[in-house]
Design a protein around this ligand. Sequence first.
Ligand code: SIN
Length: 275
Amino acid sequence: MSIEVQPITPALGADIYGADISRDDHFEIIRQAFTDYAVIAIHGLNLTPDDHLAFARRWGEINVNRFFKPVDTHPQIATVLKEADQTYAIGEDWHTDHSYDQVPAMCSILHAIETPDVGGDTAFSSMNAAYMALSEGFREFLDGLKAWHSSRHAFGAVVADSEAHETGRIANADAATQDALHPVVITHPLSGKRCIYVNSDFTTHFDGWSPQDSAPLLQQLYDHGARAEFTCRVRWKPGTLGMWDNRATWHKAINDYPGQRRLMHRVTVEGVPLV
Ligand code: SIN
C-alpha cells in the first residue's frame, strides 16, 4: 500500500493514509510531513500501547505527564478520557502541552481508542501563521518580551475540586509546582520559523508585568491566535494516531459530544530549551 500525505488547510495539518509506521521509508515521509505541517493525523492504524510507545521513542525520550491518569498497564501513556456522563473535556481550551516546564515537550502523540459517532475533533492553530499576520512593529515589540508559564493554577490545589480531579482523570495536585520563563516569540527548533509562544491555559503574565497589566495583551494574542484562517481540525476514528508540535501550535479538544464516551491515549516526547 502506498503512503499518501494530504494537507488539511494552508495554515497547518496533514492527513496521512496508507502508512505502515514500522517501515523506515514510511517513517521518513512521516517525519518530513511533521516538519512541514506541524500537525499530522495518520489514519487507519491498528496499534497496541507498545506500538504507540515504540513509535514515540523514534522521536525522542518519553516525557511522562505528572497529572493525567496513566494507562494501568503502561504508566508512560496518559489517558485522555471523557465518559458519557461527564461534562468537562480535558484540554478543551486553547493551549500547548507542558509549556510550564523549563524544557517543554516537543510533541504529543494521541492515539484514538474510542470516539463519538460524530464530533470530538481536535482543533489546532499555527503559531507561525498567527505571528506572521501581525504588523511588523507589533512583532518587534513582542520579540522583546518574555512570559511566565505555570502548572499551579491549571493542575494544583486551587482546581482540586474540579470535575476532572473528582473523577480521577487529573491527579497529583501536589506536584503542580512548575513555573517557567520563555520568550513570547520563539524560533522553532526544527523549521527556524518564528512562532508565538503564549497560551491561555498556562501563561500567567509577562516578565516584569503584573498579571493584571498582562491580561489585556495576552487576551489580544489569544483572540488573534484563534482566528479560523490559522487553524485546522483533526477528525478521529479509532485507530487514528495524531501528532502535533507543541512549539509551533496550539490545540483544543472540541467538547461537542454530550452523552458519548471518548477515550484517547497520549504520549509526550521530550523537547529542547526554547530560544
Ligand atoms: C490534549 O489536550 O492533549 C488532548 C486533546 C484531545 O483530547 O483532543
